[in-house]
Design a protein around this ligand. Structure first.
Ligand code: BTN
Length: 337
């Protein structure tokens, strides 16, 4: 299909979405698009063959009744409020890992804000060499290519930027989400989303960062392997209702871009403050496992660069840069003796 036709279809969908339950006349659409009424009708017909239900009533016009549950730019673009993020969308039915596809695209010069999205991943990657379960057509798996002007040592902060946007978005969609340090997003103590950030840099300068995000939106318990059923969840499981994936993705990217711009303009402090409000880790007894050691203590804060500060039984405050956190039972207030 020609790009102009796709753009026209995206514009029609944009205008119809804006009107909600109201009708938009064929005349108004043809005026907005600079097309004849017949050309508008042809594009509406083309959209119908792609699964859109568009009602047409004589003398009133068109109304969008149903959008197919897909994640191409046709579904997402009309809902986006971004300048860059997701404006170029590489949609795949199946990939190994969106992070790997995005990494190659970025090496070949893809621009800031391009996003790779897939309906299914066959080897989705999690942190620390784990797999990310990615069944088809149910959830969200995407990788954003970012080219921020940052020294490489500040790149991990971007993971917290994404975590803040993700937790806020889940809350907007009715899930009581919280962030477990550094970047797991949970509902009721079960993991619902994760972020895998990968970096290409030279000592002084970031070339690009790939922020890979997986969100369990509509999968059911049987989609998780047995060993994850007690510890993982989805938004649909938590709130008892399916989530419109394109709507969720568009709102998330809009939020991510807003947070990213604020962070790049004003620094990490504002992100850190919001992260603390959304976190379930601080004030908890934790067990932190790194590649080489284990540490137990009270999670007291995150420092100005996003590292977790843990006060051990011995009273020492340790700075944790990377690791897996297990949140132990909340500390009980000490009873008077
Ligand atoms: C984690 O372990 O918590 C991070 C999970 C990140 C999964 C996402 S899904 C989209 C992107 N592509 C991948 O292969 N991984 C990330």
């Amino acid at each position: 299909m020609e790009t102009t036709e796709q753009t026209q279809e995206e514009l029609i969908l944009g205008f119809l979405s804006e009107s909600g339950d109201d009708y938009t006349s064929g005349e108004a659409l043809s005026g907005k698009l600079g097309l004849s009424r017949t050309a508008v009708w042809k594009r509406v017909e083309a959209l119908r063959t792609k699964g859109y239900r568009i009602e047409a009533v004589p003398a009133r016009g068109y109304r969008l009744v149903e959008v197919p549950d897909r994640l191409t730019s046709l579904e997402v673009s009309p809902l986006l409020g971004t300048h860059d993020l997701g404006r170029t969308l590489h949609h795949h039915a199946v990939v190994g890992s969106t992070n790997e596809v995005a990494f190659r695209l970025a090496q070949d010069g893809a621009a800031h804000g391009e996003v790779v999205i897939a309906e299914q991943q066959t080897s989705g990657k999690g942190r620390r060499g784990r797999a990310w379960v990615s069944p088809p057509g149910l959830n969200l798996y995407f990788s954003a290519i970012l080219r921020p002007e940052l020294p490489p040592q500040r790149a991990p902060e971007l993971t917290l930027v994404a975590a803040v946007a993700l937790a806020e978005n889940l809350r907007e969609f009715g899930a009581d989400a919280a962030i477990k340090w550094p970047n797991d997003v949970q509902i009721g103590g079960r993991k619902v989303a994760g972020i895998l950030t990968e970096l290409s840099a030279e000592p002084e300068r970031v070339h690009f960062v790939i922020v890979g995000v997986g969100v369990n939106l509509n999968c059911q318990a049987e989609h998780f392997p047995e060993e994850l059923r007690e510890t993982a969840t989805s938004v649909a499981l938590a709130r008892g209702e399916r989530v419109h994936r394109a709507h969720f993705a568009a709102r998330l990217w809009t939020r991510m871009e807003e947070w990213l711009e604020l962070y790049l303009e004003t620094g990490f402090d504002v992100v850190r403050a919001r992260w603390k409000e959304l976190s379930s880790t601080l004030g908890q007894d934790v067990l932190v496992r790194t590649d080489r050691s284990e540490l137990r203590g009270l999670a007291v804060d995150i420092d100005p660069s996003g590292a977790l500060l843990v006060r051990t039984e011995a009273g020492q405050v340790e700075r944790v840069l990377a690791g897996d956190v297990e949140q132990l039972r909340p500390r009980q207030p000490q009873s008077a003796r």
